[in-house]
Write a protein that binds this ligand. Structure first.
Ligand code: AMP
Ligand code: MG
Length: 318
């Protein structure tokens, strides 16, 4: 799935780190084999190969992630769209190299016609894309899902205190040591070498960040983020970073990408529909502003330099 994975166990489990790491690695590798667009033999690649031809049988995990992907599509009214793959490719992410110049309006319009999560047909453990050229990209949700599966495994293995991190998709259980909470730094999207503040995580909670600094392409001297706005066909702009705090890593992952696309402007409306998630948004402008929901504010301590940059974010009235 790209990026780094780590498992941290509480101080009480010095002998279990080795076997647990092996198991968790196995879970991540298995899911990667099924869900990655980077592997030509994954179920997701086969789904694209068979687009417009025939449904393919998929595993329980693939079926669930596709289903959840559609749910986040509905929730975000299409800001999150797992069928965004043709646009991801067009902009030079995924397996394709960055284009030398900006894609033409015409090409973008053509590819946009292939993007619509509602057209993915999920039925009786099979998946089908009705039009040749359509494809799915689970990059916005699969890591969170994998973290939740690893979380379930660790709990079932009788471990009470642990932290799982799959490239910034984090979920914790228990505590690192008696009397302490798990503490996670949120990176400064404008200066990767430091953090903007720290989040204190209660047992079971998940924290995920989507940032424009993570992956981008440069076309004609301009940077473009790896998150595409499926409503326009262009990379999303206006947001530097989004961090979601909620009760499971799949939701945190799906929502981090969704809020990144809708930005501060659309956040109030999306928050109405996601009352159980807490959100932190850093708009892409200077000087830095850190917008967060009241629930996030309870868990977050900004670095002293940014204590005056914090603003509260509320669901907008319907
Ligand atoms: P994340 O880092 O979780 O925000 O996910 C970003 C990844 O999700 C990208 O690298 C793409 O693979 C995929 N992606 C890009 N734009 C979207 C979108 N609008 N909806 C769903 N997935 C997306
Ligand atoms: Mg995501």
């Amino acid at each position: 799935m790209g990026g780094l994975a780590s498992v941290t166990l509480g101080a009480a489990y010095p002998d279990r780190i080795e076997p647990v790491t092996v198991q968790v690695r196995g879970i991540f590798e298995r899911l990667e084999r099924e869900l990655s667009t980077y592997r030509s033999d994954s179920a997701i690649s086969l789904l694209a190969d068979k687009a417009g031809v025939a449904p393919i049988a998929v595993s329980d995990d693939a079926y669930r992630v596709l289903n959840l992907g559609q749910r986040f599509g509905e929730l975000s009214e299409g800001a999150f769209d797992i069928t965004v793959a043709p646009l991801v490719r067009l902009w030079g992410f995924g397996r394709t190299p960055a284009p030398a110049g900006l894609p033409s309006e015409e090409t973008i319009r053509e590819q946009l016609k292939l993007v619509d999560y509602r057209r993915l047909v999920l039925e009786g453990r099979t998946a089908f894309l009705p039009v040749k050229g359509m494809a799915v990209d689970l990059g916005g949700i699969a890591k969170g899902y994998a973290v939740d599966r690893a979380f379930d495994f660790c709990r079932s293995a009788g471990i009470a205190d642990f932290l799982i991190d799959l490239s910034g998709n984090i979920r914790v259980s228990g505590r690192p040591q008696w009397g302490e909470d798990w503490q996670i730094g949120v990176r400064d999207p404008f200066d990767r070498s430091r953090i903007i503040g720290k989040v204190s995580l209660q047992s079971g909670m998940a924290l995920t960040t989507s940032g424009n600094y993570e992956r981008f392409v440069e076309i004609a001297g301009q940077r473009y983020s790896h998150i595409i706005d499926p409503r326009t066909g262009y990379p999303a702009t206006g947001t530097a970073g989004v961090t979601i705090l909620c009760a499971d890593a799949t939701t945190a992952d799906g929502l981090s990408t969704s809020f990144f696309v809708v930005g501060l402007k659309g956040a109030g409306k999306l928050l109405q529909k996601t009352p159980s998630a807490d959100v932190l948004i850093v708009p892409d402008k200077y000087p830095i502003e850190i917008w967060l929901t009241p629930g996030f504010a309870k868990a977050f301590v900004p670095i002293p330099e940014f204590s005056k940059a914090v603003r509260l974010l509320y669901p907008s009235s319907p």
